[in-house]
Ligand binder design. Structure first.
Ligand SMILES: Cc1cc2nc3c(=O)[nH]c(=O)nc-3n(C[C@H](O)[C@H](O)[C@H](O)COP(=O)(O)O)c2cc1C
Length: 168
């Protein structure tokens, strides 16, 4: 029987969406049908057998959409296998906060949903493409720009969560 998996992401500047797409591609198979969607566009979890939730960090917080989504679908999410990832600059720049701290914040934003797996991926900071206010914040924080996403790490995580999300 085909399993249906939703990869629901939050994003401001698009890099988490691209990570979600890569995870979706890795999970997709003849037995697993994957939908990748901005969590703002999700109107129901009906028919899904598992959910992957991903959200970026901004100013020491998990993007608010993540908590809103977890709260809105808390009952269904508590009854399904859920895997979660946060995206930030913390894995490559400790001045933005520790990875453990990001994991704690991700867990808090998902309460009462308890993921079967949770991780933090290094993200992308395209300083030129940011709004004036964000550029100012980034320069004050002395956070480096660049694309730090490690696609090998991302696809390996996706492969690892597959048996936790769907029966094979
Ligand atoms: C204004 C600003 C604040 C940020 N704050 C944090 C932070 O507190 N911790 C962190 O790890 N990364 C932080 N980042 C890095 C973002 O999480 C990273 O750029 C991520 O890839 C953005 O995801 P998005 O493109 O999906 O919006 C910040 C980036 C910006 C522009």
């Amino acid at each position: 029987m085909t399993s249906r998996v939703l990869v629901a992401y939050a994003t401001k500047n698009g890099s988490t969406a691209e990570i979600a797409e890569a995870i979706g591609k890795e999970l997709e198979s003849s037995e697993v049908q994957v939908t990748v969607s901005n969590m703002k566009d999700v109107s129901s979890l009906e028919g899904y057998d598992a959910v992957v939730i991903g959200a970026p960090m901004y100013m020491g917080k998990v993007l608010k959409d993540c908590g809103v989504f977890a709260e809105r679908y808390r009952n269904t999410l508590c009854s399904l296998p859920v895997a979660a990832f946060a995206v930030g600059i913390a894995p490559v720049e400790p001045r933005s906060g520790s990875v453990d701290d990001v994991l704690r914040k991700l867990a808090v934003s998902l309460v009462p949903v308890q993921p079967v797996s949770a991780t933090v991926f290094a993200g992308k900071l395209d300083v030129e493409g940011l709004s004036f206010v964000y550029r100012k914040m980034v320069s004050l924080l002395k956070v480096p720009g660049g694309d730090f996403r490690d696609w090998k790490v991302i696809t390996e995580w996706a492969r690892g969560i597959r048996p936790l999300l769907v029966k094979q």
